[in-house]
Design a protein around this ligand. Sequence first.
Ligand SMILES: C[S@@+](CC[C@H](N)C(=O)[O-])C[C@H]1O[C@@H](n2cnc3c(N)ncnc32)[C@H](O)[C@@H]1O
Length: 245
Amino acid sequence: MGERPPRGWTETDSRAFIDDGAVFVPGREEQIATLRALIPAGPDEPFTVAELGAGGGVLARAVLEAFPRCRYVALDGSPAMRTRLGETLARHAARVEVHDFELAERAWRAALPSPLRCVLASLVVHHLPAAGKRRLFADLARRLEPGGALLLVDIVEPTSAAVREAFARQWDDAARVQSLALTGGLEAFERFQTDGWNFYRGTPDSYDQPSRLDEQLRWLSEAGLAPVDCFWMRAGHAVFGGWRP
Ligand SMILES: C[S@@+](CC[C@H](N)C(=O)[O-])C[C@H]1O[C@@H](n2cnc3c(N)ncnc32)[C@H](O)[C@@H]1O
């Protein structure tokens, strides 16, 4: 595949997220620990994971370290992110493939490895509209081996104005606390505010199209996954998914 930039998400976004993602994402370590614990595999098992929008490889590294025999296919549409991925995962390079992809396209879904134990996606599926998410879940559920899991982290659409305001406040609070704790100052939090990273405060980015959590759980069920559930949630960020029976 060529060097096509992902629609909407820019290389400037990638560089900002590489620098400040740990501050901008609420409870990132908890999200990663939750996902990792739900991957349906024993620690010494050989199996394959695919990650969509793998970004700088923070989740991938945690999974590769927890499962020393897993093979990891990391897909991302950003050249800057793929460069960073390669650096983050250098120690595990023999078990890792990194590829360009466009989330909305369907050819890559048919080309996913088989058997496939787990598909992970963190903070990327909200770039698809509702119908695109529903189709993605159906396409991915078909690719999973029995017992395999589709596990996601994503921002979700609030169900009312009051909930939107609660999510917005929680996200600001988390970013402020993380800025102080991780960098010793508030400059990263100021970038979070100035550059409009809090989706719930209003965003000019039409490619941010989160869907409600209840709808997404229904689409996962309709895709044939069971059980489906939400396992963690904070500041509008949900960890959720389901298993192929
Ligand atoms: C918010 S970042 C999340 C990165 C990583 N998953 C994490 O949680 O740290 C979104 C990632 O998805 C990728 N991305 C966004 N839209 C995409 C699209 N339409 N096709 C392919 N990749 C996309 C970006 O390049 C970026 O790496």
